[in-house]
Write a protein of this length. Structure first.
Length: 193
């Protein structure tokens, strides 16, 4: 049976969250019932650790972006460590959207379009990368999530596709600069669907 567009397929609270620039895993998390399961998640063992801290490297490889908070006058990215949702594979042409609801401290996963029975459900680990050409996307994903993207989109990518993505990037960046920071955060917080 096909899954219709907009269907809620999963929702999950993170095991813990960190602000960009925070490197210490909260101590109380180790007592959580899902801690052992998170520690057992398979990682790409062929790449060297990026930070020298095994737990933080695990966080980098298994976390999903949860939005931004306003600290002072700056947007600061928040990421969360998920036990089940981290099993979604990445695609640069995902069929599932991950949406963080800050008031609930929970991520919701909904289909972006009709998904045929038997098709893999995939998310984009960092939607900001979608606006870059293939080589830049692949490099950013490698640096942040420690894997080389070989999705269908990257395999079939052409210079025309890269040009369209760069055109969209300039439009999005232009729009972002016209909206005040406080309103952007409020829009992210209120965007529940």
């Amino acid at each position: 049976m096909d899954i219709p567009p907009g269907a809620l397929i999963h929702q999950e609270k993170p095991l813990f969250i960190l602000l960009r620039g925070e490197y210490e895993i909260p101590s109380g998390v180790t007592a959580h019932s899902s801690w052992g399961e998170w520690l057992k998640l398979p990682l790409n063992g062929s790449l060297p650790p990026s930070s020298g801290d095994v737990l933080y490297d695990r966080f980098l490889a298994t976390s999903l972006r949860c939005g931004v908070v306003l600290i002072g006058k700056q947007d600061v990215e928040i990421s969360g460590a998920f036990v089940t949702a981290t099993r979604f594979n990445h695609s640069c042409e995902p069929n599932v959207h991950a949406h963080w609801v800050p008031e609930e401290q929970q991520m919701y996963f909904r289909t972006l379009r009709q998904v045929k029975e038997g098709a893999e459900l995939s998310i984009c680990y960092d939607s900001g990368t979608l606006l870059f050409p293939k080589d830049t996307r692949k490099q950013k994903l490698l640096e942040r999530f420690r894997f080389i993207c070989n999705c269908v989109c990257c395999g079939l990518c052409t210079s025309d596709s890269d040009s369209r993505r760069l055109g969209l990037k300039s439009i999005v960046e232009g729009l972002a600069h016209t909206i005040p920071v406080q309103l952007r955060i409020q829009m992210v917080s209120n965007d529940r669907k």
